[in-house]
Design a protein around this ligand. Sequence first.
Ligand SMILES: *Cc1c(COP(=O)(O)O)cnc(C)c1O
Length: 387
Amino acid sequence: MIPYGRQDISDADIQAVVDVLRSDFLTQGPAVPAFEKAIATYCGAEHAVALNSATSALHVACLALGAGAGDVVWTSPITFVASANCALYCGAQVDFVDIDPHSYNMSVERLSEKLAQAEQSGCLPKIIIPVHLCGQSCDMAGIHALSQRYGFKIIEDASHAVGGKYRGEPIGSGRYSDISVFSFHPVKIITAGEGGMALTNDAQLAERMKLLRSHGITSDVADMLPRATGELWFYQQTALGFNYRMTDIHAALGLSQMQRLDDFVARRHAIAKRYEELLAELPVITHRQHADSYSGYHLYVIRLKQGEIGKTQREVFNAMRAAGIGVNLHYIPVYRQPYYEQMGFKAGYCPEAERYYTEAISLPIYATLMEAQQDRVAVALREAVSA
Ligand SMILES: *Cc1c(COP(=O)(O)O)cnc(C)c1O
């Protein structure tokens, strides 16, 4: 089976991990700050906070921005569940803004309308979490302009997008948001095994996220609350935090992978360009790329032109799987998940997202995908869509 995504581990990556295993620190050593510094420098962001997953990063990002009971957080329905769950962890409510039919990202028009309505009914969101689906940036300038008008905070869920650019600047630079989050799960663009990173240009937000990733404990005397003299305090817990730390083993792998980040993204672009040619005659829509965007190409999603195909999405999907192609579907609208339906969300809530969901299929894309394998994918798709 050709998977839809997979990691590419080099001898240098393995050596970097082995070096940590032979060193004094498996965790809380020098590899974590080295990885943080490398990502911050690459993205042009002031601060980077490493965590054990992007899910943890989204959680502490929401907390640092003050999400809690009585607050509302909005995100895209076409995303991994973690983009929405992070708000629920904080006791906040979640709502969804429908997608743009061409970028599949949160629609700025729908967002603008929904904000106007929310202002009327006095329930504006505290935080909005745009998701750069497949690695293509959202219209961040548009979303940022709305944040100035309506006063919400922005967390970019850039889990798909490390190595991508928006208007010529690296995604994660923070020009249009408060915090950006990357994931280093093995299917993503670079991997740390598991891991995430939260970037920000705000020193206070960075400090808060660092505190929350390690139990809410500080050992910095300057951050400790004053106590009676004579008492000995090595550290103080000043907030309710978690153990969300990244280990040095993971950080060393992530740091080593970063050396090939630009090559990985370039390779993904070459694969996408080749799919564009191989699929040109087929009744499928390929993902339109905006001129402002240089995608990370975490995913390669096609949409079936259902009027022109005598097969259902499920039939095409099953035929591809039977041909050894590990196609996938990114994603089922989050609010259609049983857990979210129990909260009251109904089918039909975001019509564009639901239409996308009945047409989308993710084809294999990853750095080590060979041309012959890509040809196999195209042949299998041609057969699957022909009646
Ligand atoms: C993978 C992913 C996450 C979660 O990342 P983890 O590192 O696995 O926690 C969150 N959001 C999106 C959009 C993702 O694709």
